[in-house]
Design a protein around this ligand. Structure first.
Ligand code: UT7
Length: 331
C-alpha cells in the first residue's frame, strides 16, 4: 500500500495579533424604536444593549474584514505575503459565491494564501479558531488570518421587534500562527440541525429572488435563550477541562455578545471568581454574530482590562444551532 507524505507538524499554535473594525454610525435604541413598539428601557433591561453600530451603504463584509485584518497583521508583525490561509467567518457576505475570503486576500495582497469562508453564524469565530489551530499544528499552514465579519443590518427586518434592536455590524480579525507554548486550548464544538428554524434567514435565497421579497433573519428568541442558558455553561466547563485549566486561571470571560442576561446566567453556572473580567461589548456593539467575540476581546485589551499572555475563555453560539468554545492566550 502507498503511504503518502504529510507536512511536518508544528508543535504549538496561538493568537499572534488582533484587530477590529467598528463602523462609525452609532444607532441608538431611540432610533430603533422609531420602527418598533419598544423603548430604550426595555431594550437595555432585556438585552443590555445601549447602542449599536450600523455600516454605511458603501461598507460591507469585505471592506470591514479587510480593515480589521490590516490591524491584526500589524499587531502580529506579519505581512500579507506570509499568510497561508485567509478564512472569513460570516453569514452576510453579498455573494453566495465567490467567498468573502478571496476578495479579502486580494485586497490585502495575500498572494500566497488559500482562501475560504466558514459558515457557523455566531459561533463562526470560535469554529474558525479551532480549525486554524488544527491546521497549524498539523503543518498544513503556518500563518492563518481568521476574521469574523458581519453586516447584519442588511438582513434584519427593522419592523420585527424580536430582532431589530439586537443585531449590528462590525469585524474582528486575528492572526493565528506558531508559538513557543500552546496558546489555544482544545475546541469544544457541536451542531444541532434539528433546531434549524430557531434562527434562520427566510425565505430561502431562491424563493426570495423569484418573489422579489428579500430574505430576512427570523429568530425564536426564547427558544435560543433557553438553549444557550441550558447548554453553554457545560460547553465552557468542557473547554476549560480539556485545556487543563480552571476558572481560577482565567483573566477574562468573552462569551458571544448575544444578551447580557445569558452572560449573567453563564457567570453563575461557571462560578466565575470576582477577578475574572467579563466582556460586555454588547452594550455598545449589539450582537454582531461572528464578529462579536473578537470585537469584545479587543475592547477588553483596548481598555487594559486584559494584557498579552492572559487566559480568556471564549464561547460562540447561534444559528444552526451551533456552538464552539475554547480558552486562549491574549496576543
Ligand atoms: O446570536 C445568536 C443567539 N441569539 C440569542 O442568543 C438571542 C436569545 N434571545 C434573546 O436574547 C431574547 O429572547 C430577546 C432579547 C430576543 C427577547 O427577550 P425575551 O425576554 O425573551 O422577550 P420575550 O420574547 O419573552 O417577550 C417578553 C415580553 C412579551 O410581552 P408579554 O407577553 O410578556 O406581555 C413581548 O411581547 O416582552 C415583549 N417584547 C417586547 N417589548 C418591548 C418582545 N419584544 C419586545 C420589544 N420591546 N422589542
Amino acid at each position: 500500500m502507498i503511504t503518502l507524505n504529510t507536512p511536518a507538524p508544528i508543535a504549538h499554535a496561538g493568537i499572534l495579533g488582533l484587530g477590529v473594525f467598528r463602523p462609525e454610525r452609532v444607532v441608538t435604541n431611540d432610533e430603533i424604536c422609531l420602527k418598533i413598539d419598544s423603548n430604550d428601557e426595555w431594550i437595555q433591561e432585556r438585552s443590555g444593549i445601549i447602542e449599536r453600530r450600523h455600516a454605511g451603504a458603501n461598507e460591507h463584509v469585505v471592506s470591514m474584514a479587510t480593515a480589521a485584518a490590516r490591524k491584526a497583521l500589524a499587531d502580529a508583525g506579519i505581512t500579507a505575503e506570509q499568510l497561508d490561509l485567509v478564512m472569513v467567518a460570516t453569514v452576510t457576505h453579498r455573494y453566495q459565491t465567490p467567498s468573502a475570503s478571496v476578495e479579502v486576500a486580494a485586497a490585502l495582497g495575500a498572494v500566497n494564501a488559500a482562501a475560504t469562508d466558514t459558515s457557523a453564524a455566531c459561533a463562526g469565530f470560535c469554529y474558525g479558531l479551532g480549525i486554524a489551530d488544527g491546521m497549524i499544528r498539523s503543518g498544513v499552514a503556518k500563518y492563518i488570518l481568521l476574521i469574523g465579519a458581519e453586516k447584519l443590518s442588511e438582513i434584519v427586518d427593522f419592523e420585527d421587534r424580536g430582532t431589530a434592536f439586537l443585531f449590528a455590524d462590525g469585524a474582528g480579525a486575528v492572526i493565528v500562527g506558531p508559538t513557543e507554548a500552546q496558546g489555544i486550548g482544545p475546541t469544544i464544538w457541536g451542531a444541532d440541525g434539528t433546531q434549524l428554524d430557531a434562527i434562520i434567514m427566510e425565505p430561502d435565497v431562491f424563493t426570495a429572488e423569484r418573489s422579489g421579497k428579500p430574505s430576512v433573519l427570523t429568530m425564536q428568541g426564547q427558544q435560543v435563550f433557553r438553549w444557550a442558558v441550558g447548554q453553554m455553561g457545560d460547553v465552557c466547563a468542557q473547554a476549560m477541562a480539556a485545556a487543563g485549566v480552571t476558572v481560577n486561571d482565567l483573566a477574562a470571560f468573552v462569551p458571544h455578545q448575544a444578551n447580557n442576561r445569558i452572560t449573567d446566567a453563564l457567570i453563575k453556572q461557571l462560578n466565575l471568581p470576582d477577578h475574572v473580567v467579563v466582556a460586555r461589548d454588547i452594550q455598545y456593539s449589539g450582537n454582531t454574530s461572528a464578529a462579536s467575540v473578537p470585537l469584545a476581546l479587543d475592547r477588553l485589551r483596548e481598555n487594559s482590562e486584559v494584557k498579552s499572555g492572559d487566559l480568556v475563555l471564549m464561547v460562540g453560539f447561534g444559528a444552526g444551532l451551533v456552538h464552539a468554545a475554547q480558552v486562549a492566550l491574549v496576543p
